[in-house]
Design a binder for this molecule. Sequence first.
Ligand SMILES: Nc1ncnc2c1ncn2[C@@H]1O[C@H](COP(=O)(O)OP(=O)(O)OP(=O)(O)O)[C@@H](O)[C@H]1O
Length: 329
Amino acid sequence: MLSVENITRTYGSFTAVDQVSFNIKQGEIVGLLGHNGAGKTTIMKMLSGYIEPNQGEIFIDGKNLELEAKSIQSSLGYLPESLPVYPEMTVADYLDYAADIKGLTKNIKKAEIKKAIQATELTSKLLAPIDTLSRGFKQRVGVAQAILGQPKLLILDEPTNGLDPTQTEQMRKLIKSVAKHATVILSTHIMQEVDALCDRVLIINSGQLVVDSTLDKLRNSKTVRLVTSMDGEQALLHINPIAGIEDMQPVTAKNHTRDVYSYEIKIAENQKKQQVMAAIANTVISAQQQLFEITEIKRDLETVFRDISDPNLSKVKGESQHKEFSHAA
Ligand SMILES: Nc1ncnc2c1ncn2[C@@H]1O[C@H](COP(=O)(O)OP(=O)(O)OP(=O)(O)O)[C@@H](O)[C@H]1O
């Protein structure tokens, strides 16, 4: 549906987006994440055709956005980060104007505006000047104009920005319902939003795409916690050499007691986690040591995001504290 190939965008000598590539399939809801200034808005502006990449290409339904901007834009919905403000216009007039800009023909225009108004529950505000609306209602107007004409691709830049919890909940429901008939890419800082809405995430760091992953894969750290009576020396001797183990770190648990040792063991990407876990368990038992626990460590999204976005951290840590190996035994 959407294919982005090596797009780069500079502002003067500053590279805001650096050779970003990704694909989005029909019907997916994809979250675009990144710290302030990471380049999310710039990417969304390029996807909507609002600005052009300096390099690279964007294809929507197989059509090159640069070459067929006009026809593609009529099947796109775009909610910009800051809405174009026409303070004196009423909601009805603004949507009528937005429908004209989208090129909706007279015979479908009225019906489309009606549908957008119903979906965003704006009926009570139709005659209100946009200037007089609360932030939440202004955002709904933005979404209403974005969904006019039932776009196949919806690009939403921080759709719940500034909304209260009730409005946020309503907006998420609305996005889910629109996504039944459209592909959606949305940017956000809010991890619960990603959890509630997205199938997949793209994480941008300093203009570069650093993660393109489903949520399930992201949460699965391929790291295992082992709690055993085996001390550090024995663990190095018996556990560390097991095929498929990439790294092993001792952990001092808060309730550390003598003769109970914890380790975090990173399993190599290409290995089957269950098999390596079974091999670890067998090794502990064969060495006639106690196996107290062997479990997979699940990461929460906040941790994943923080660690990926932090260049100083090379690997994801669990809630326990790592120590130098020699200190553990
Ligand atoms: N028109 C512009 N001229 C110069 N620099 C710009 C311009 N627009 C954006 N930038 C810079 O490009 C970088 C990426 O900005 P962008 O707005 O895409 O980030 P973002 O991830 O959307 O941030 P936020 O989460 O704060 O909205 C930032 O460093 C920003 O200052």
